[in-house]
Design a protein around this ligand. Structure first.
Ligand code: EPZ
Length: 428
């Protein structure tokens, strides 16, 4: 716990204060992807020895995942944007409730624990603000490989009957987490596993690439069909986390909102194809290089309809950020959320700032307004919180965003980066 003097507010209880209207421009270095790093950490369980992961973001979720690994018996050292994890000493297979309840991604230890020990006991991750977050697809996939499940006092008790064996699995929905868990179990199972309707997010490919470096036999990562041949052992490796496309997309929206030019360095534009296409449709100019993306805007923001879908569809994790752009566009936009059942709570906070948003089922109908008014608002979840700060950059007057702990889960030094880009912003 960080020491908090009586004059300071505990960082997790702070609010972000932003005075809108300032130009936002410059260059921001993008860190490693939260939604990859957490899974790379889980994969280290598979290889007794010291795994080193670099380009790791300094965010709260990485700290929680480090605690999860320590609770299993691993030795985790958190360096400067890198981790060394010695998984030799892992001697238990229970991921404790108090950690899993804080961070759903801890569920990703299921696959590796089953592969290594044939057993795993993981607390059921509660639903969170954006939806039920079920695990039925995880259990369907692992069940096909010989895993049986019992629920016991809020825990999932998973056990392999005999040996973990390969299977042919077709997911009803290309779940990111279920694809990852099944892939991490399949690399040590006996025989061949085919995952059909697999998730195609770049973070899946990053995890698969690390597993291959560890000695796994995987092909098809990034396509809807992933093939795995089980091997007897995996060895520890050094691996660099792929850049965070969602962090990059968040800053690109800041530049699009306020005019830029703003450049992100460290995320691959090929991971944001549709998001960049939508920015261009909204009147934003977008230039790209191998690991750079530059946005700028001089004319009005144009309305644009958006459908969130599994990758390569429009990312649900950029839905709230793009709603801020739509709120200030010259016309009406429809944003449809197809991935989570309850990911529009942020819209009611945005409406407090003067946005004209009406929710009808999983559609948000947005009529652009000439300006937003600063107001006290509350982060409902990680991406909604980040988006409210973006709205504050554009709003007249002061916006106070509380619930900053949500933002700290996935954004390293969000306030510092935005201040360096010209924002009049601080947290206290
Ligand atoms: C990952 O969550 C990401 N989190 C999410 O990012 C991201 O929004 C999501 O993928 C979709 O891209 C991490 O990687 C840590 P899913 P995950 O399984 O794996 C339903 C952020 O802001 N589903 O693809 O939980 C589920 O309820 C976070 O960084 C089942 O029904 O996503 C949801 O509606 C938010 N049964 C949909 O599928 C299952 O067994 C997508 O879930 C599993 C999922």
């Amino acid at each position: 716990m960080s020491h908090v003097s009586d004059t300071e507010v505990d960082p997790s209880m702070q609010s972000i204060y932003v005075h809108g209207g300032k130009p936002i421009s410059g260059t921001v270095r993008i860190g490693g992807a939260k939604n990859s790093a957490l899974k790379l950490m889980a994969a280290s369980i598979l290889a007794p020895g010291v795994t080193r992961i670099t380009n790791v973001p300094a965010i709260a979720d990485v700290t929680i995942m480090s605690e999860v690994l320590r609770s299993l018996g691993a030795d985790v050292h958190e360096g400067d944007h890198e981790l060394t994890i010695d998984a030799s000493g892992i001697d238990t297979f229970e991921a404790p409730y108090e950690l899993v309840a804080q961070m759903r991604a801890a569920v990703d230890v299921l696959g590796p624990l089953l592969a290594r020990f044939g057993r795993a006991r993981v607390a059921m991750p509660g639903g969170c603000n954006i939806g039920a977050r079920k695990l039925d697809l995880h259990m369907k996939g692992l069940g096909a490989m010989g895993v049986s499940f019992e629920t016991d006092h809020g825990y999932i008790d998973a056990q392999v009957n005999g040996k973990l064996h390969g299977a042919s699995i077709t997911f009803d929905f290309p779940s990111v987490g279920a694809t990852e868990n099944v892939m991490m179990a399949a690399v040590r199972a006996e025989g061949h596993t085919t995952i059909d309707n697999a998730a195609r997010e770049p973070e899946i490919a990053d995890l698969a690439n690390m597993l291959v470096e560890m000695g796994a036999k995987i092909s098809g990562q990034g396509t809807p069909t992933i093939e795995v041949d089980g091997v007897d052992e995996l060895h520890p490796v050094d691996h660099r986390t792929v850049g965070d496309r969602i962090e990059a997309g968040t800053y690109l929206v800041a530049g699009a909102l306020m005019g830029g030019p703003l450049t992100t360095v460290g995320a691959d534009p090929a991971h944001l194809t549709l998001a960049l296409e939508k920015l261009r449709r909204m009147g934003v100019s977008v230039e790209t290089g191998p690991q750079t993306i530059t946005v700028s805007r001089t004319g009005d923001l144009q309305p644009c309809d958006i459908q969130t879908l599994p990758h390569p569809g429009f990312p649900t994790d950029l839905q709230a950020q793009f709603m801020v752009l739509a709120a200030l566009a010259k016309g009406s936009s429809v944003i449809t959320e197809n991935v989570f059942e309850n990911r529009f709570m942020f819209a009611s906070e945005l409406s407090r700032m003067g946005a004209d948003v009406r929710i009808e089922g999983h559609h948000a109908l947005i009529n652009g307004v000439p300006k937003l008014e600063g107001a006290p608002v509350r982060s409902t979840d990680l991406r909604g919180g980040a988006a409210l700060v973006l709205a504050g950059l554009a709003a007249d007057g002061e916006t106070v965003v509380s619930g900053v702990h949500h933002i700290d889960r996935g954004y390293e030094d969000y306030v510092g980066h935005l201040r360096a880009l010209g924002a009049d912003i601080n947290r206290r």
